[in-house]
Design a protein around this ligand. Sequence first.
Ligand code: NAD
Length: 396
Amino acid sequence: MQFTQLDSDILSNFDSFDDHEDVRRFELTGGIIAFVAVHNTNLGPALGGCRMTNYDSEADAIHDVLRLSRGMTYKNAMAGLPLGGGKAVIIGNHRTDKSEELMQEVGAAVESFGGSYITAEDSGTSEEDMVAIASQTGYVVGLPPEMLSGSEYGELGGNPSPLTALGCYHGIKSAIQHRYEGRKSLADMTVAIQGVGAVGLALGTLLKQDGAKLIIADISEEGIEAAKKELGDVDVVSVDEIFGVQADIFAPCAMGGALNDETIEQLKVEIIAGAANNQLWQSHHDKLLAEKGILYVPDYVINSGGVICVGYEYFRKSDYNPQDFCIERGSMVAHVESVGKIVTKILQESQKRELPTGETADILAEERFLKGAALSDSNPEDSSNSAQSDGMTMVQ
Ligand code: NAD
């Protein structure tokens, strides 16, 4: 597989460049260009999804792959995983430009990293694409359970969205406990969910079971109908109205950039906690939310259930398991549930350090992947299970 490695002379022109370890440009079938970036592998091989979307230019794609791969380093570090951050982007229309041959070439591109990058599904790619990639490399996760031989393998493969929702749910519970001095129940609280797709709908189901009232919005009429059927009694508002509704919690579960000057101005909620990636339009919106007294739960922390799920799949299918995690489904689910504890830790630290929550999460993540600090309070099971406890060691 031919590729060009981008050197720091080129990469330093991008403000999203952050001393990434390895960034490669691949020319694939039909002249389609893909970039793969490994940001940091201090904690272990870089895990992050493969996105396919149209970019206006190669420069835009490079900017995105740098930004997204860096984000994965922070996410994996805060999730307590022995994994670094990486990402792949393919420039093209996933509906018209994608083929099995293309995805097999992507598999070869992943293989060229020799294990320092592990790929997964992301926007514009599917489970089927991961199967095509798997024909060329073992460094891929998010495969259908039936592809992983052995019944225990089957317990770990599959769609991560329900696990992302589960982590979010525990993150929300921690946020209300923090905000309302020990409040445990969501009964009679109102949650506004923006986007009732795979994660938003599963999250809504969990919240509803706890007695929360829901207000939902989605650009897809079909999505709304499916949600009404699944959730029963919910209020539906338009996609513009969802920001200004009277609710306790706003859960962004659609696309990135939902929180900007205009939308923050409309918010009447006290907590923001949802699954979407890159919720803040710009980094200063973290501070703006804090100034407005809105408790923002950092997106990459609360939505890490999915990466925990596929991370365990990788530990199971490879020999890589440096912390001797118990790789059973129950332990993976317990790890996902521990997202709640990590959220609590960040909210408490943010209060102690008098810093916005997003900035606090970044500092704690950096302490972990740059300095090898233990991630306290991330023990997904109990203190007797040292594998999943907070004694995280650096894998250099
Ligand atoms: P999805 O495509 O299944 O659902 C997204 C929903 O948002 C769709 O129903 C879509 O119609 C709706 N939507 C799009 N734009 C909207 C708008 N402006 N207003 C209201 N609704 C809108 O995606 P998903 O897998 O549920 O992921 C949701 C978010 O969570 C994404 O940002 C994704 O990156 C993030 N995330 C997902 C996972 C996962 O496991 N699926 C993991 C981590 C993060």
